[in-house]
Design a protein around this ligand. Structure first.
Ligand code: 5GP
Length: 196
């Protein structure tokens, strides 16, 4: 595998990384395409197969693991597997795109290790674990149990921040969006076009 650049955004759930990734996807000069992950977790809200995720059963997911189809995969929460299919990155590279990932910290660091020379790994830091709790509750797409599971994982994830190429503090969204845009443009080697 070779091709364009890989841009990874990792962070605890609720840090705002998805919002940042969406913003970057709207910047044409960055020439980014979103890496659609595979997951065995159930669909939430308005999520669509083949747009937000490739939803699959646990046994389908395990079959892909056995076939060595994944670039990386993780059991992010119990029985909830997530992974990046090699075929997905190949597909986007074949379109001449730089690929952007919204994945967990372990998966993000794994991809960085596999492609050290063409990967920018960004960690998005939330203001505090309490603020994360508030954001996840506001989103209210999941049960309290699931939210608590995500919060318990957040502290472990926060400790991995120093292993990333760069940490963006998402204390103020507009500032974080602008910083992310500038960073990725610099890495790819293009001029920032639209400021927010
Ligand atoms: P959610 O269930 O909120 O969509 O995602 C839960 C966590 O799994 C998030 O941190 C998300 O970034 C991560 N995730 C999504 N896709 C992948 C993937 O392909 N690989 C890994 N390792 N994590 C992923």
């Amino acid at each position: 595998m070779k091709g364009g650049k890989l841009i990874i955004f990792s962070a605890p759930s609720g840090s705002g990384k998805t919002t940042i990734v969406k913003h970057l996807l709207n910047q044409p000069e960055l020439n980014l395409a979103f890496s659609i992950s595979a997951t065995s977790r159930p669909r939430r809200g308005k999520e669509k197969h083949g747009e937000h995720y490739y939803f699959m059963t646990l046994s389908e997911f395990k079959r892909h693991i056995k076939n060595d189809d994944f670039l990386e995969w993780e059991e992010v929460y119990r029985d909830n597997f997530y992974g990046t299919l090699k075929s997905e990155v190949d597909r986007l590279w074949a379109e001449g795109k730089n690929v952007i990932f919204d994945i967990d910290v372990v998966g993000g660091l794994r991809i960085k290790k596999k492609f050290p020379d063409q990967t920018l790994a960004v960690f998005v830091k939330p203001p505090s674990v309490d603020e994360l709790k508030i954001r996840l509750k506001k989103r209210s797409t999941e049960s309290d149990d699931k939210i608590n599971m995500r919060i318990a994982k957040a502290s472990v994830e926060l400790a991995t921040a120093p292993q990333f190429d760069v940490v963006i503090k998402n204390y103020d969204l507009d500032t974080a969006l602008e910083e992310a845009h500038r960073l990725v443009a610099d890495y790819i080697g293009v001029e920032v076009k639209n400021k927010i």
